[in-house]
Design a protein around this ligand. Structure first.
Ligand SMILES: Nc1ncnc2c1ncn2[C@@H]1O[C@H](COP(=O)(O)OP(=O)(O)OP(=O)(O)O)[C@@H](O)[C@H]1O
Ligand SMILES: [Mg+2]
Length: 419
């Protein structure tokens, strides 16, 4: 049988500074803002430099997806995952290479791609169906399921531009997953929405997989990939780094994340930002300033940061963001929110960000991501996975379960019988 999706030598170059459609998250828009201002500067300095300002978001990517196969696309931020799905969904054109998709394709891309903002939820469902080539009768037959799944209820006749991001994503996923495309392309839906909704999306994708639909989806959830997919594609800097059985490829990716994060020196780390200042070292220390290799649940988490600035940055904001190994943001500290100035003068600086009594459950690994930007939103430096730490327990928290089902963070709480 011919493949459902066939990708041959696909490459995509962006000219830096071009406007993009859609948004992913704040880091991404900041990243983009930083690039745009860099490229403006370049053009101003040397008009022809713009041509050389090409950025290869995809480099010679080739693989096939067989009919009925579920394939996960994984990789770090900026690896090219969303770009790949956009090219496949024909939202953007490739610079070179070929793609072929056999069968009716439904895609759910980044948050604001897809719906017409002025139309209501109901109108958008019909619009999406007709784009997929369905008759009104066919759409009507699925309509109730879509409404039920999306839990949009009374908001069905509200223009979608008034929806919360959660409502928007719920409806978008319901439309994509119930209008029954033969090939389903899904980018990161699971990052938005609550845990129950995520579970329902996963269950729905599993159903579709059982019905023999072909699914290609992007996720940062590394537990999900081996559960749902036969194979995974690991992208690194736009190229295929590994492709194969889901469990193996996921493991290779997580090993790589851990390996990259165990060292305190950040100078050679993958990063984004204009580089006017950089995080050069980072680590978790104890109150006496000694570096720690494991973190004890319930202790203060003290993140030690060494930064070097090339020029004065009087209005700089820094953030320290803790995520799970699977990419979920758990805790963060933002200097601006805290009313703390992280202004820099040229040269080295040392900072500390202390989180009080952090109860990451024992047995969990967490990552520390670092970020700095100016007040106008120009990204100066961002290093994902700068630190990796395992949490262990002493006698205070030895009774806590390490099961993933209990969540990653523990809070003191009390039970009470009311009747
Ligand atoms: N229109 C564009 N113009 C310029 N650069 C772009 C454009 N779209 C994407 N990029 C860049 O291409 C690279 C790949 O982006 P992409 O969104 O595909 O990454 P991703 O793997 O989906 O990352 P994430 O996990 O953060 O969603 C990034 O460096 C991104 O900033
Ligand atoms: Mg993406």
């Amino acid at each position: 049988m011919p493949p459902a999706v066939s990708i041959q030598n696909l490459s995509k170059a962006f000219t830096l500074g071009q406007t993009q459609q859609g948004f992913v998250n704040m880091t991404d828009s900041l990243r983009r803002a930083a690039r745009a201002s860099l490229s403006r500067l370049n053009r101003w300095l040397k008009p022809s430099a713009a041509d050389r300002n090409q950025y290869w978001a995809l480099k010679d990517v080739s693989f096939d997806v067989n009919p009925g196969e579920v394939v996960g696309v994984i990789g770090r931020n900026g690896a090219g995952k969303s770009t790949l799905l956009k090219v496949l969904s024909r939202v953007t054109v490739p610079t070179s290479g070929r793609i072929e998709v056999r069968g009716r394709m439904g895609s759910m891309l980044e948050v604001n791609a897809g719906f017409h903002p002025e139309l209501t939820g109901r109108e958008n469902v019909f619009l999406a169906g007709s784009i997929l080539g369905m008759r009104r009768r066919e759409i009507l037959a699925k309509f109730d399921q879509i409404v039920e799944f999306s839990e949009i209820g009374q908001h069905l006749d509200t223009p979608v531009k008034r929806y919360s991001s959660g409502q928007y994503v719920r409806l978008a996923f319901a439309v994509t997953a119930y209008l029954e495309p033969e090939v389903l392309i899904v980018d990161e839906v699971l990052a938005v929405g609550d845990a129950t909704f995520q579970r329902r999306c996963i269950d729905r994708m599993a159903d579709l997989a059982r019905q023999g639909r072909t699914i290609l989806f992007v996720t940062h959830n590394m537990q999900l990939v081996p559960q749902l997919c036969q194979r995974a594609v690991y992208l690194e800097k736009g190229a295929v780094k590994a492709i194969g059985p889901a469990a193996e490829v996921t493991q290779a990716y997580m090993d790589r994340l851990l390996e990259d994060s165990r060292v305190g020196d950040l100078r050679d780390k993958p990063r984004t930002g204009d580089g006017r200042a950089q995080f050069v070292r980072a680590g978790v220390i104890d109150p006496a300033g000694r570096p720690l290799s494991v973190f004890t649940t319930g202790d203060d988490l003290i993140v030690h940061l060494e930064v070097e600035a090339k020029e004065p940055l009087p209005d700089l904001t820094m953030a320290v963001v803790l995520t799970s190994l699977h990419g979920a943001r758990v805790i963060s500290g933002w200097s601006r929110e805290d009313g703390f100035s992280t202004a820099l003068t040229p040269g080295p600086h040392v900072f500390e960000c202390r989180f009080k009594n952090v109860c990451v459950r024992p047995g969990h690994t967490f990552l520390v991501n670092l970020w700095m930007a100016t007040a106008t939103g120009t990204l100066v430096d961002a290093v994902d996975h700068a630190i990796v730490m395992d949490a262990i327990s002493d006698e205070r928290y030895a009774h806590l379960s390490t099961s993933q089902d209990h969540g990653m963070v523990y809070f003191d709480h009390a039970w009470k019988r009311i009747s």
